[in-house]
Design a protein around this ligand. Sequence first.
Ligand SMILES: Nc1ncnc2c1ncn2[C@@H]1O[C@H](COP(=O)(O)OP(=O)(O)OP(=O)(O)O)[C@@H](O)[C@H]1O
Ligand SMILES: [Mg+2]
Length: 251
Amino acid sequence: MSDNKPENIVEVRDVVTRFGEKVVHDGVSFDVRRGEVFAIVGGSGSGKSTIMRHIVMLGQPTAGSIKVFGEEVTGLGEIESLSVRKRIGVMFQYGALFSDKNVLENVGLPLREHTKLDSDFIDELAVIKLKLSNLDVDVAPLMPSELSGGMKKRVALARAIALDPELLVLDEPGSGLDPVSARALDELIVQLKELLGLTIVMITHDMNSLLNVADRAVFLGRNVALACDTPQRLAKSQYPEVAEFFAPARH
Ligand SMILES: Nc1ncnc2c1ncn2[C@@H]1O[C@H](COP(=O)(O)OP(=O)(O)OP(=O)(O)O)[C@@H](O)[C@H]1O
Ligand SMILES: [Mg+2]
């Protein structure tokens, strides 16, 4: 790595992704800056989750470059990518908790996988992460099936920050939540960002969430990053589909 403190935490350049005949990305480029909440938006099937999976190294693009923390991550194997992956916390779109593990075990899982800390210490750390996620320690022994939707998301968030990541990547964190719980989750995300000095990449469909939380956003459409800017400026985009999507930001 040439620079330990790059200004851009993520750099996506000319990314092409094909699944057989299907072209999802055809030259996608954007940057995520240190310390911002960066939203990825676009229609269903526009490739939001796919680009996220490239960034967290769970699937390779067909061509192009992706740098995370200044390091090229395309072409890295599972072992080589581990040191970068450990610095990224991830919450997946259908990011279910392990239903056969209780809350504390779910949160402690990344610590069990990636560290040699002893079990009691891992439990202590997991409790701290639960508290950071605004959950009471009483939920620790509960099974996922006993939790509300909002609590499940918080547990998933607690698990995503288990390894003290620098970058947090969230795929539709508020999906399936009622508006009040979704708003509370947004607040928590901003709180965690401030408290832990995180950079956040967040896929969302929720305009409210976008306006409350995102510093900048990229709109994926026509197989490229059609526009990338603040929500307010995107509301004035030359591309009708972008301007329409961000119209509420005009007010
Ligand atoms: N592993 C895969 N194999 C084949 N096609 C795939 C694969 N992953 C994604 N796709 C296709 O790529 C396209 C983009 O999918 P992706 O899940 O990234 O979209 P998205 O923007 O996240 O959509 P949504 O808003 O519905 O979550 C879709 O047409 C999807 O079917
Ligand atoms: Mg998706």
